[in-house]
Design a protein around this ligand. Sequence first.
Ligand code: ZN
Length: 442
Amino acid sequence: MTTRFENGIVVTLGPNTRVIWNGSVVTEGEKIVAVGDAAEMKQRFPKAEAVDCAGKIVLPGFICAHHHFYSTMARGMAIPGEPASNFVEILERLWWKVDRALLDEDITLSAQIPLIECIRNGTTTVIDHHASPGMRDGSLDLIEDSVRQAGIRASLCYEVSDRNEMGGGIEENERFIRKIGKGDGQIAAMMGLHASFTLSDETLEKCAGIAKDAGVGCHVHVAEDLSDREDSLHKYGMPTVHRLDKMGASGLKSLFIHCVHVDEAEMDLIASTRTSVVHNPESNMNNAVGVTPLFDLLRRNILVGLGSDGMSSDMLSQMRCGYLLHRLANHDPRVAFLEMPKLLLENNAEICERQFGIRLGELAEGRPADLAIMDYQPPTVLSEANFLGHLIFGLVDATVDTTVCKGKILMQGKKILSMDEERIAARSREHAPQMWQRLQAL
Ligand SMILES: [Zn+2]
């Protein structure tokens, strides 16, 4: 089936970004077959189905490079006991109870809700990090089913940790990695690891070996809080990145999440191993863990992407949060204007190319047909030269009207087509009290 998404302002992004007023993106099956002037495209593809995008801007679908679907049911929940006063307490009192309280339908619902939110926000690809020690085996299949139903793309992994049992989760990861193999461009698999401070050398080495044999990367939280760095220095006599590298967890396909508390030598090691870093500014602010040395990482040509760490599925909001954070943290109103959009629009696409083997993030012939179509009437001229100004100060607050992934319209006129939003939210509200009750007893 051929479709013309026409009459909108098309912003192609990619290496030769173009802004085409009255533009058209023509898709056929899962791919884009042409991008150009709407009248011209109508002539070239007269029989194509037309979707009118007048008053809208057409962009490539957004990517979230680090998410936690499973965090959904914590929303609005009262946390028992005193408020957590530091990062480790946040994990112990909240997240390590949330994941243990999740049972099968909770896992499905916890994935379906953020998947709907992804579609609502034009996020068409997610790299997720899952944990559910109470119902571990087969949990990644439940999430995969939900992702396929939603119609977006996702790289999935299970969080291996020694905190519940030695090597907990290795088998679930290994099984899923084997099942997915090279992947089909929609689902990819990684070796998920919690963080250095909950992993023994034995577990780390085993996981890195499995990942290496299967040709996948490790997806691991790194020095998110100072406590992770101190734990590694104290127990192993080296900082976190050096320890993970020694155990074999770094490399071209690996993702080091956060890297807030890393020193110069660690950054050099990340660069020389060509490991990617994923920055999650809003989450770092929420957990009060510190500020990632973003510009020091970028100066070393490290590929730094942008994630939400479960805070949100709206990637433009995450981008602006980072933009504001780094201006304030550096006391410099000149920084982050170029860098934060680059993380989201370019670097996330490059990270995904390493995971999925396809090039996202560009509207061009032959590229995957993943689109975010937003309501936007520019109040000033919009061109290649000033697109970032519109992105940071206008589009960040614009509403996504239509979301397309793999050439399929998943939301149109703000109506989710691939999932029953009302039924899923109602079912989640039904399940949450039982899950909260189980959690209180932990
Ligand atoms: Zn995380």
